[in-house]
Design a binder for this molecule. Structure first.
Ligand code: CMC
Length: 416
């Protein structure tokens, strides 16, 4: 299996997406309320518009994901994570000399200060989730940076670059420490994706694993105004520092409704155990009115383009071992069962998290490290969008429709 084969799968997924993209309009999302003026309530801020951006666009009806004008299929097939970061942060694909400079900057920052590793070693692995450890580590980086309070766009851009580089080192170190091993020193000879794989697993990846990790980092790099990006921007909009803003983003991404879903998917597939059990497992979930992790999306009401790419790659990886094959077959069956009931009618299809975990598992990565991989990539979108907003900042400050009483007389405590 080669990197070329992976690229060919992505091209085929792009063609399939083009064939299936229909012209369905975006769904309506509002509810009118009299409070005391007439307002439209959007639970979970659905459909609320927070700002303008040139960074990325998700068309939920058509299943498009676009970074600064480039569709995700092209970027996944032809680009690299480094190029994609340059695109998101600086607004254009780099020339070869710009890319060399950008790579050198990333390499320069890869090593993290020793006190951060010392703190990570103090975190009890039994009780802590790696995303919580990641948040602690980024907070510690901020505490160690004497320039962290300089919130000029110039300094925040430099910190963003540092964080893009170091998030991979931190996630690698957390993964190793959780296995009782020593963190590894970054290897300057390797690409960002290969170096991350190496720091996490202790093995330099072959060409195919490097390509797949790179594709995964590209596809997770940005995704509209998702919860963790919005959290990062909300924190940054108070003119807090970039480290604190990113700690917010990591904390938001951790949840199972957001980045934590990929971990849950693999746990569910293991729980199902065999293709024969899929139907009954799904019926039990439906009867209990529980959601099936890895399906549905706030914005996509069509097939998630990232899942279009990850599905065939997961199938390719499944050939590696009998266990991977079983997990993939259970997933494929679950997709069939869920989509046959909820697909056309409810527009619920697999999302990015459905097949990504299966891929990471086939790469030998521990389940609890799946969400940190998401963070290693999404740091690009978090920082790019926070920086774009900072240039013309206005504090985020929505309002809530108060539904409680407003005229209660205060009673002294002895009369209550
Ligand atoms: N399984 C079954 N039913 C679902 C699912 C699902 N995965 N997702 C949504 N629904 C149903 C839900 O029960 C509700 O039905 P009803 O109208 O009868 O009450 C309806 O669809 C709308 O659900 P919602 O939760 O209001 O929709 P939302 O737009 O707030 O949720 C979501 C989007 C991603 C939180 C949700 O689809 C979900 O919880 N999915 C499972 C978790 C998951 O896979 N998360 C990863 C998201 S993609 C990666 C990322 O962006 O982080």
């Amino acid at each position: 299996m080669s990197a070329k084969e992976v690229n060919e799968l992505i091209r085929q997924a792009a063609e399939k997406a083009m064939r299936e993209t229909d012209s369905e309009p975006e769904p309506g999302l509002t509810e009118e309320i009299n409070w005391p003026i007439k307002v439209e309530l959007h639970r979970g801020l659905a459909g609320a518009i927070s700002n303008t951006t040139q960074i990325g666009y998700v068309n939920g009806a058509k299943g498009w994901l676009i970074y600064r004008g480039f569709n995700c299929f092209d970027l996944a097939e032809k680009s690299s994570y480094e190029e994609t970061c340059h695109l998101l942060l600086h607004g254009r694909l780099p020339s070869s000399s710009e890319l060399s400079i950008f790579n050198e900057q990333l390499k320069k920052y890869r090593r993290v200060p020793q006190p951060v590793l010392d703190v990570l070693r103090m975190i009890p692995t039994e009780s802590s989730h790696p995303m919580s450890a990641l948040a602690t580590a980024v907070s510690m980086l901020g505490n160690l940076d004497a320039n962290s309070e300089d919130i000029s766009v110039e300094n925040e851009t430099e910190i963003s670059l540092k964080l893009i580089s170091q998030m991979a080192t931190l996630a690698g170190a957390i993964g190793r420490i959780r296995q009782g091993k020593e963190p590894l020193t970054p290897n300057p000879e390797l690409s960002h994706a290969a170096n991350f794989f190496y720091m996490l697993s202790g093995t330099v990846p072959d060409e195919m694993n490097e390509r797949i990790m790179d594709v995964s980092l590209i596809l997770h790099a940005d995704h509209g105004m998702n919860a963790s990006t919005f959290t990062t921007m909300v924190v940054n909009s108070s003119l807090s520092d970039m480290y604190s803003s990113v700690v917010g983003g990591i904390s938001s991404l951790k949840g199972p409704l957001h980045g934590g879903a990929n971990q849950q998917v693999v746990l569910n597939l293991r729980e199902i155990g065999s293709v024969e059990n899929v139907d009954s497992w799904y019926q039990k979930k439906r009867a209990a009115k529980e959601k099936v992790m890895g399906f549905g999306h706030r914005v996509y009401k069509a097939y998630d383009p990232r899942a279009r790419i990850f599905g065939p790659i997961a199938k390719l990886m499944a050939e590696k071992s009998a266990e991977n094959k079983t997990i993939y077959e259970i997933a494929a069956k679950l997709e069939e069962v869920v989509v046959s009931e909820l697909g056309q009618e409810r527009k619920i299809f697999p999302n990015v998290d459905f097949y990504s975990g299966i891929i990471y598992k086939a790469m030998g990565i521990d389940t609890d490290m799946f969400t940190p991989i998401f963070a290693v990539s999404r740091i690009a979108g978090w920082t790019a969008r926070a920086l774009e907003y900072l240039a013309d900042n206005r504090l985020f400050r929505p309002r809530a429709v108060y539904t409680g009483p407003i005229k209660i007389d205060y009673k002294p405590i002895e009369d209550r």
